[in-house]
Design a protein around this ligand. Structure first.
Ligand SMILES: C=C(O[C@@H]1C=C(C(=O)O)C=C[C@H]1O)C(=O)O
Length: 242
């Protein structure tokens, strides 16, 4: 039988899911690659994989996109790995450098700066540009908070703006996948989430981040009605950006 090709995020936030997949029989049916989020999206959009853990901002660009799991990468308030790092207070930000590995958080920064902070800002993807602030996500944020005068956790700011949790990435298929597989896959993901304490013991300590607090209390992996509602609001606000 041909294997189901899956692209998942290569960051620490996805380690629980990887643990669950690797400790479940469904592993044998999967051809798994670990990629930066923007590449997870690209692979699913270009049909190089069947399922991706992809940035929610990329969902509208996936042909026949279907969210196929009851798990996601989310947070209820602060997430501690999705930031606007700034040299100046947010009201004074004039320019922001985006993170090339991100699709969701770059758009979240745009949405929050426009609708929540109400500042008009120029964005650039030029990594050599000198800007007032930067968007940074994932493991590259670990230990970086001390390097900046102002630190805005976008999970926390989204909660203040909408009163809702947030969903950064979802498991999405670009074609019909058998119910039997999806059931087994979700059981594997659930196993990973149930075993986060074990996953933590297998990860190296990293300066500047409490990995245990991050995986157990900041990230929140259940795909709830509220997170779906947040996704719909977020995608609508993205469509209204100029
Ligand atoms: C919480 C995070 O969620 C993520 C943010 C993403 C994005 O901004 O496009 C995509 C996948 C997730 O890795 C993070 O990376 O820190």
């Amino acid at each position: 039988m041909e294997k189901i090709k899956i692209s998942a995020v290569s960051y620490t936030n996805t380690k629980p899911f990887i643990y669950g997949i690797q400790h479940s029989p469904v592993l044998e049916q999967i051809d798994l690659s670990l990629d930066i989020p923007s590449d997870c999206a690209k692979k699913l959009i270009e049909n190089q994989v069947d399922i991706g853990l992809i940035p929610v901002a990329a969902i509208p660009f996936v042909p026949n996109a279907q969210i196929i799991s009851s798990f996601c990468i989310g947070s209820i308030g602060a997430v501690n790995s999705v930031f606007i790092f700034s040299d100046v207070p947010v009201q004074e930000i004039k320019s922001v450098k985006l993170d090339p590995q991100s699709r969701t958080s770059n758009n979240l920064a745009k949405v929050l700066l426009k609708n929540h902070f109400k500042v008009g800002v120029e964005f650039t993807i030029d990594q050599y540009a000198k800007t007032d602030a930067i968007v940074l996500i994932g493991d590259r944020t670990f230990g970086r908070k001390e390097d900046f005068n102002y630190v805005y956790d976008m999970g926390q700011e989204w909660m203040q703006f909408t009163g809702l949790p947030f969903m950064y990435a979802a498991w999405v298929a670009n074609k019909p996948v058998s119910e039997a597989f999806l059931e087994e896959f979700d059981i594997a993901l659930a196993k990973g989430i149930a075993n986060i304490p074990t996953v933590i013991t297998q990860l190296p300590a990293i300066d500047g981040i409490d990995i245990s607090d991050y995986l157990l209390h900041k990230l929140n992996f259940e795909l709830t009605e509220e997170k779906l509602q947040a996704k719909d609001i977020f995608l609508k606000l993205i469509s209204q950006l100029d």
